[in-house]
Design a protein around this ligand. Sequence first.
Ligand code: G3P
Ligand code: MG
Length: 248
Amino acid sequence: TAKLPSWPYSRYIAHRGGGRLAPENTLAAMRVGAEHGFTMFEYDVKLSSDHVLVLMHDDDVDRTSNGKGPAASKTFAELAQLDFGSWHSAAYAGEPLPTFAAVARYTVANGIASNVEIKPCPGREAETGRAVALAARQLWQGAAEPPLLSSFAEEALQAALEAAPELPRALLVEKVPADWRERLVKYDCVALNINQKDATRELIDAVHAAGYRIAAWTVNDPERARLLLDWGIDGIFTDELAAIRPAA
Ligand code: G3P
Ligand code: MG
């Protein structure tokens, strides 16, 4: 069996910061994640039109803010005017879109590890991968553990590898490709991050035997979480922070 890469991360990862309990990808979400005992967060990062890295999942701002249209066509100043909390609940009205830098400072200062998912606007894959990697190198200087960079966009992973090879990477896949080993080698990854539907004991064992870590998104059923953890999975991303959380 191959030696496994270092994995200084919790097996419980709060998806988009606060799961369902707070507006995703905001500092308010991070506080909720921390209050629930999570020591690792996943969040999505992309570029504004004027090259500011911000936390956002979708291409468009419509679902998670009171604005409309593609994030890629808005400056950071325009994005900063929007309310990214009211869509979730009145308690979060006025919650701003955070910059990647602000979230990095918050997590590092609070001893929280990060899985930074590079979520490029269409056509900006390499540019975003490079920008995230270079920013992460600066922002995590002296931190206890490096951020794990991941992406579905292989061009973004390639750019991250070239810009900051020392930062650990994970290949994110919608479906497990037959050639997952070759792809992990190509982007010099430490982990394969899969859809939890594809998780089997055999796959977890095979990924470990090949010398890689494996994590699964998004696990919202506590029984399924227990099963995957019993099988030895290295991480589960969850939206259900109250039901699926690290032991106190
Ligand atoms: O990084 C794991 C997971 O967040 C990937 O899917 O669409 O929730 O960003 P998505
Ligand atoms: Mg994500």
